[in-house]
Write a protein that binds this ligand. Structure first.
Ligand SMILES: Nc1nc2c(c(=O)[nH]1)N[C@H]1C(S)=C(S)[C@@H](COP(=O)(O)OP(=O)(O)OC[C@H]3O[C@@H](n4cnc5c(=O)[nH]c(N)nc54)[C@H](O)[C@@H]3O)O[C@H]1N2
Ligand SMILES: Nc1nc2c(c(=O)[nH]1)N[C@H]1C(S)=C(S)[C@@H](COP(=O)(O)OP(=O)(O)OC[C@H]3O[C@@H](n4cnc5c(=O)[nH]c(N)nc54)[C@H](O)[C@@H]3O)O[C@H]1N2
Ligand SMILES: [Mo]
Length: 771
């Protein structure tokens, strides 16, 4: 029930004409119509390029239009004919560019030449590639490797990621923070401990065999829209979908297939969720405990009445440990606490549990709504507990389905991007490349941020990403980032993290995956891993945005040679000329996953990595799948002490953004137009706190560390979400997140439950220069 003149209720199903029109509009806006439609036809096809937007699975029998509105936006964003060239930089100082909105910076177009910041002119000036590599190498050699961090956003290919981690380790550091540290790291930690693999176990085939699906905190219509096709097919077979989300997201409510002319002409939207539970933000531990409790209670009844067990007793006995302790925790927890913490009624949870008990094969999809909490790891463990009760792992049509973010974020981890030495094949790398890799733990993203703020980190290289915007505690982080000695951004576009920069600063422009990449050994291809553990080849065909761009592989090889010298066992130059050689090297390091990589990468639908848990082999400490009870149901014990003015803020993505890339200020699905500076509130909270919709307020973080964290100028919007919870946008609300407010075990910033209170708009807090 949005209000105000900027807000328009979205009454339609997701997809539909709105979606097709949006694709056409974005191609026009980026002046990419001619090439754009041709390129889109190759998107996610076995002989084409893999979309640069989300990581959802690419089917072996793709639709003619195997792309969604948001994938088309991401493609058009790279295909744009706008350029940020040396002339652009000559006409704007960095100080001036800092006054631009984030959206304007990226909208200015593709960076075309390597640029170096000149302190005297306060401008980025063109520089020769070799000179850039030479100086970066010299700078890196001058500092201790432990004082450098090499960040990876999740878009770079398997080939680049492998080279990058190898370079970092030969240089001497495991400081390889990456975007999954802010994303699904809670999943990796939880699933590894519980079932012995850190990734989801389902593939697309499982959609055809499942009897029921859960959705916990994942916004499919915006963030993985191609999955709506599989959901629609499942719904047509009568498969129920049970959703837990504080907001009624249109994509989880209903869907019209914009690519099906029949459906477009009739008003027949497919209902997606058959049950929709508007859980409180941070209430999933309680909600899932409720599901388990209802199931155990119904099981006792069923067994008592001689109707048999509702649990998969055989599976529990043979394949799991920890059931008794878990069941005890569940039985001990009372319904009043479950209802209070989840915000859901017992009857509603019993209804969901009854549907679960009737289904033989169940998939649980989940996203940031579970992972980005203090209890992020416990949340994912709890989903696993629920699945284990009925043997829903390692059988067709069933399993955990963490829906990953960036298009290759899962794959980068698979080929060694990790700060945890125990997860990297260090002995293998040592033997393959005749060097001694560092064995000590490196820094994850939160650790890197702390190192930057403390002055311990002196150099940061970003292979993609926009850390100044994506990490917590922006107002402390930005000034610290400016004190770095060296900042290097390998990037397609200009963003805030290039403007807030170190003493020596480079912008190194790279090809996008959709562009053709011709090297001395001919046209090159790369590869990625999708959310379901399938590897795909990807060949770009668009004309590169400029003649001076280099591929990410070339850039990493250039920096590696300049830093490490020519005399290493790695054939950097051969690799950058022929990516097939990098794949051979990957196959040598990881033969189980990548044997015959070059041949198999073009398998339609991708080739699947072996996942022991799919075959009920558990590579855990106990050798079994492990139940684990949480310590308590409370998301954040610190919150309990707070008074009634404290609200729980969760940060959202709109349908017109990709992380820190803001395509426009509209959020069509949530009916918000022309601004992202909003705070969505329950009408009762608006009344209770004496506010009015349309009023501008300031949000203040509630934390007892003496640091003031505020975001000013947010318009109050009445919205259908649970009382006590409020929502705002990522990254605008990031200044409100204390760096230490993260998942306890995985260190994922808890950006889905930030304690805040509303204070009067205060002119002393100038609006941050983002709108
Ligand atoms: N178009 C587009 N696609 C994207 C991205 C993008 O920005 N734009 N980003 C990519 C990346 S990197 C990622 S990680 C994924 C992110 O995709 P998602 O995992 O979907 O992440 P979010 O959009 O942050 O939020 C997910 C949902 O969680 C709900 N939620 C919030 N708090 C809670 C809670 O406590 N419990 C429950 N049950 N639900 C909650 C929110 O209402 C929202 O609907 O998408 C990827 N794909
Ligand atoms: N409050 C809050 N904070 C969050 C989140 C949240 O939900 N709420 N979500 C978190 C999540 S899930 C994630 S994944 C992080 C993301 O954090 P980051 O990885 O830091 O940010 P992105 O916005 O994904 O990176 C965008 C930039 O990548 C560069 N880029 C784009 N394409 C390419 C390419 O092909 N190659 C190269 N080299 N560069 C490219 C462009 O410069 C673009 O500006 O943010 C996290 N932060
Ligand atoms: Mo992410």
């Amino acid at each position: 029930m949005p209000n105000g003149n900027k807000l328009k209720e979205y009454k339609h199903a997701s997809g539909g004409w709105g979606s097709l029109r949006a694709v056409a509009e974005v191609l026009v806006r980026e002046h990419a119509t001619l090439q754009g439609s041709r390129i889109l036809m190759r998107q996610n096809k076995p002989d084409g390029h893999m979309c640069v937007s989300c990581s959802w699975a690419k089917p072996k029998d793709p639709h003619t239009f195997e792309f969604c509105e948001n994938g088309a936006k991401a493609t058009a964003w790279d295909l744009t004919d706008k350029r940020v060239d040396p002339d652009f930089f000559a006409s704007h100082t960095v100080t001036e560019l800092e006054t631009w909105h984030d959206h304007e910076l990226e909208e200015a177009g593709r960076v075309t030449s390597p640029m170096r910041w000149n302190a005297e002119t306060d401008r980025y000036e063109p520089v020769d590639w070799d000179a850039a590599f030479e100086e970066i190498g010299r700078e890196l050699r001058a500092i201790a490797p432990a004082a450098a961090a090499l960040y990876t956003s999740g878009r770079a290919s398997l080939e680049t990621a492998y080279m990058y981690q190898l370079f970092a380790r030969m240089y001497g550091t495991n400081n390889l923070p990456d975007s999954s540290n802010m994303c699904h790291e809670s999943t990796s930690v939880a699933l590894t401990a519980a079932i012995g693999v850190g990734v989801g176990t389902i593939t697309l085939d499982d959609f055809e065999k499942t009897d029921l699906m859960f959705f916990f905190g994942q916004n499919v219509g915006t963030n993985s829209p191609r999955m709506l096709h599989q959901l629609q097919d499942a719904r047509r077979r009568g498969v129920p979908i049970i959703t837990f989300n504080p907001i009624r997201e249109p994509g989880l409510v209903s869907f019209v297939n914009p690519q099906s002319p029949g459906e477009m002409l009739t008003p027949g939207a497919t209902q997606i969720s058959t049950q929709y539970h508007q859980v409180k933000a941070g209430g999933d531990l309680a909600a899932i405990t409720g599901l388990c409790k209802a199931l155990l209670e119904a099981d006792t009844l069923s067994v008592g009445e001689g109707r048999g067990s509702l649990l998969d007793r055989d599976f529990i006995d043979r394949h799991t440990v920890g059931f008794q302790a878990f069941a005890q925790f569940v039985r001990r927890t009372d319904w009043a606490e479950i209802e209070r913490e989840s915000g859901l009624a017992r009857a509603a949870l019993e209804g969901a549990a009854a549907a679960y008990a009737r289904a033989n094969a169940v998939i649980a999809h989940f996203g940031m709504g579970l992972t980005q909490h203090r209890t992020g790891v416990e949340n994912v463990r709890m989903v696993t507990n629920l699945l284990l009760l009925r043997g829903n792992i390692g059988k067709p049509g069933a399993g955990p389905s963490p829906v990953r973010g960036h298009s290759n974020v899962q794959g980068q981890r698979t080929v060694g991007i990790t700060e945890k030495p125990e997860l990297a094949p260090l002995d293998k790398l040592a033997a393959q490349y005749a060097f001694e890799p560092p064995r000590e733990k490196g820094l994850d993203t939160v650790g890197m941020c702390r190192g930057i703020m403390d002055g311990d980190i002196r150099a940061v290289m970003q292979l993609g990403g926009n850390l100044v915007r994506s990490v917590p505690d922006r107002y402390a982080f930005e000034p610290a980032w400016r004190k770095l000695r060296l900042t290097v951004g390998i990037t397609t576009k200009l963003n805030r993290s290039h403007l807030v920069h170190g003493a020596v600063s480079y912008i190194l422009p790279c090809l996008s995956r959709i562009e053709s990449d011709v090297r001395p050994h001919g046209p090159q291809a790369v590869s990625i891993e999708d959310s379901t553990g399938c590897m795909h080849g990807s060949r770009g065909s668009a004309t590169p945005a400029g003649p001076d761009l280099r591929s990410e592989q070339q850039i990493v090889a250039g920096i590696a040679r300049a830093t490490l010298g020519e005399d290493t066992a790695v054939p950097w130059t051969d690799w950058e000329n022929d990516y097939a050689l990098i794949r051979d090297a990957i196959a040598e390091t990881y033969p189980d996953i990548f044997h015959d990589f070059n041949a198999r990468m073009w398998t339609p639908g991708g080739f699947h990595r072996p996942l022991p848990a799919r075959d009920r082999q558990w590579k855990t400490k106990s050798g079994k799948a492990e139940f684990l009870a949480p310590e308590s149901l409370c998301e954040d014990p610190d919150m309990q002490a707070m008074d009634a003015t404290t609200l729980r803020l969760f940060t959202l993505r709109s349908d017109d953004q990709f992380n820190t890339t803001i395509y426009s200020l509209d959020d069509r699905f949530r009916g918000i137009k022309g601004t992202r500076m909003v705070v969505l509130m329950n009408p009762m909270d608006i009344d209770r706190l004496g506010l009015a919709a349309g009023q501008h307020v300031c949000l203040e973080a509630v934390a007892d560390d003496g640091v003031e964290r505020r975001v000013n100028g947010l318009e109050v919007v009445a919205f259908d979400l649970p009382a006590g919870c409020v929502a705002g946008y990522f990254p605008e609300c990031n200044p409100l997140v204390p760096l230490w407010h993260h998942a306890r075990e995985s260190h994922v910033p808890a950006v889905k439950s930030i304690p805040v209170r509303i204070v009067e708009a205060n002119p002393a807090y100038a609006d941050p220069p983002i709108e």
